[in-house]
Design a protein around this ligand. Sequence first.
Ligand SMILES: [Fe+2]
Length: 330
Amino acid sequence: MSDPTRRDFLRGTIGAGLASALPLTALAQKPGQGVPPAPMEAWQAAGGFRFVHLTDIHIEPELEAARGLAKCLEAAQAGKVSPDFIVSGGDLVFDALEASPQRAKELFNLYKKVIANHTSLPVHPTIGNHDVFGWARKNGITPATFEYGKAMVKDLLGLKETYYEFDHKGWRFFVLDNIQPAANAAQIYQGNLDRTQFEWLAERLKRTDPKIPIAICEHIPLMTVTPFAFPGTYHDGKWEMSNSLVCGDTVERLKLYRDYNIRLCLSGHIHQLDRVEYRGITFICDGAVCGNWWKGPRDGVKEGFGQLDLKPDGGIDYTYRDYGWRAVAS
Ligand SMILES: [Fe+2]
C-alpha cells in the first residue's frame, strides 16, 4: 500500500527549496507524476510474475452474471502487483452443450464483450465441457449442424486449436483441452487427452529445456481430493468417481510427467477448492468465479479466482481470492 503522508511530505519538501537539485525532466512533471513507484516485491524484482486464473465463469444473461464477471476482473487487476495475464479456465459460458445455436453464440459474445470491456490483459482461454456446442443433441442439433462441437468456440474466440502452449518470463505454459466425447452412453463427455494431443504434449515436453519450469492448465482435474467429500463417492466398500469428474488418463499422464520439470497443474470444473502436492507437482483445483452457478457460494466455497505468483526457480505462491460477489438469487 502507498503511503500518502510520506508522499505529500516529499512533494512539500521539493516545493520548499530542493527543486534546484532536480533534473529538468523532473521539474517538467505534473503534480502526481514523478512519485517513486511502490517498491517491487522481492520475488518480482528477481524475475517472478503474477497471473490470475478465472475458471468456471459460466456467463449467462441471467442472474447478473455479466456484472459478476466484471467485478471479478476488476478485483483480479486491483492491488499493487498487476497480473501479467489471465488464464480463463474453462466453462466460460452456461451453456453451449444444450443451447440452441443462437443462444450459444449469444453466450460466447457476452463473454467476449465483458472481457473486452474490463481488461486489456492477454487472456488465454481453456475449453470446458460447457463450452462445447451441441454435444447434448438437443434443439434438433446434430453433428451436421454448423459449428457443432468445438468449432463454435474456436471460431468465436479466434483459436486455431483448442490446445496450445506459450512462454512467459522463463516459464512454459501448456493449455490443454481434456473434454472428449464419452465412450459411455450414460455420459456426454469425459476427461482425458485424445491420442493426437497426448503425443503432441509428449513431444513438446521432450523438446522443453529441463531447466524451464512448466505449468499445465486444463479444465477437468487430473488430480484432486475434492470428490472424497461428495456423498456417494464411497459406496459398497469402494471409492468411485466418474471420468466426467476427474480425468481418466491420470495414470498415463503422471507417468509422462515424471520425466519433466512440471511444477503446476491447474484445473477447475468441480467448483470446490484444493491444493495437492504430489511427486513434486502442485495440483490446484480452483474455485469457481460463478460459485454455485451464480446462486451463491458452492458448498462453502465463495465466488472467486486464483492468484498465482510464479518464481524463476519454479516456486509457486497461490491465493484464492473472494471478490466480494453477493448472488442476486441467494
Ligand atoms: Fe463448471
